[in-house]
Design a protein around this ligand. Structure first.
Ligand code: NCD
Length: 305
């Protein structure tokens, strides 16, 4: 894989994805490198637990270290500094930048101001390509990535993990079913891209009809922070919730995924079932981000001591 920046999952060919997942499997199996001099800049303008901590863990497990802007409240952003100025300065400290920002297009914009690789860790309701890589790793481990049927349910309108994943799945032989209320269906541009890619996709307002066909059910959180109107959020909150009883109709080998955090879309009783894969999915963020950093950072890691 040779990309200067990772902004969108659309940049990733099937070959790119396979190369990252294969490298991630090596890290999962204990492979170590020594990138002792490498520093990763963490710029998170929105809350994060997993994405930020797993990038931090991944860089440190590769032998390097991280420099962290911290919260917006504790940074000069609070004084009115522009995104362009912030990234230009931190690019002088670090060898690559990971950026999460509430505005769609922020990572692309940032990449135009710096010479080091920029990795998009979520730009508003846009894209979240590194989540997609760990999602694909999880799907490959549990169901394989060919001739499978995937259901993606919840907030398809604002969910950036959905937009990235749906696009990336078109590189594989995957049937995609989208399940959401009418008001939260996939945005037009995402549907257009799927159509252009010749993807096999269907949209539904109910899970029941399609559940028995699914190899993977990818559940998402309603993205409350992106609703312009709190009342609109309340109307859809609590819909599309699954519990252990819902899954009685599923295939025995169904894999239930969620990018996390969950609010109440997956009842805790699902955690005890064989279907639940979301905590393994979150753990996969470390080897996958190790692989990505190792492939995107300049130079090679050399041998671990
Ligand atoms: C997701 C995100 O930030 O888009 N979280 C994550 O990175 N795992 C999903 C979400 O917030 O619902």
């Amino acid at each position: 894989m040779r990309h200067d920046h990772l902004i969108s999952a659309r940049q990733l060919s099937r070959g790119d994805v396979e190369a990252v997942l294969d490298r991630a499997a090596e890290f999962d199996a204990g492979e170590r490198v020594a990138r002792d001099d490498d520093l990763l800049g963490l710029l998170f303008f929105e809350p994060s637990t997993r994405t930020k901590m797993s990038f931090d863990t991944a860089m440190k497990r590769l032998g390097g270290d991280t420099v962290d802007m911290g919260t917006v409240e504790s940074s000069s952003v609070k004084k009115g500094e522009s995104l362009a100025d912030t990234v230009r300065v931190v690019a002088g400290y670090a060898d690559a930048l990971v950026l999460r920002h509430p505005s769609e297009g922020a990572a692309k914009l940032a990449s135009e101001f710096v010479d080091v690789p920029v990795i998009n860790a979520g730009d508003g309701a846009g894209q979240h390509p590194t989540q997609t890589l760990l999602d694909l790793y999880t799907i490959r481990e549990n169901a394989g990535l060919d001739d499978i049927t995937v259901g993606i349910m919840g907030d398809l309108k604002y969910g950036r993990t959905v937009h990235s994943l749906a696009g990336a799945l078109t590189e594989f032989d995957v049937r995609q079913h989208f399940i959401s209320p009418e008001s939260l269906r996939l945005p037009k541009n995402v549907r257009y891209d799927l159509h252009e890619a010749g993807a096999d996709v269907r949209e539904h307002t109910e899970l029941a009809g399609v559940l028995p066909e699914l190899d993977v059910l990818y559940v998402t959180r309603i993205q409350r922070e992106r609703f312009p109107d709190e009342n609109e959020y309340r109307q859809v909150a609590g819909e599309y919730r699954i519990d252990a009883d819902t899954l009685d109709a599923a295939r025995d080998d169904l894999t239930v995924m969620h990018p996390l955090p969950r609010v109440d879309e997956i009842a805790p009783d699902v955690d005890e079932t064989e279907y639940a894969t979301y905590f393994d999915q979150a753990h996969n963020g470390v080897p996958v981000r190790m692989a990505l950093l190792d492939m995107m950072l300049p130079g090679d890691g050399g041998d671990a001591r």
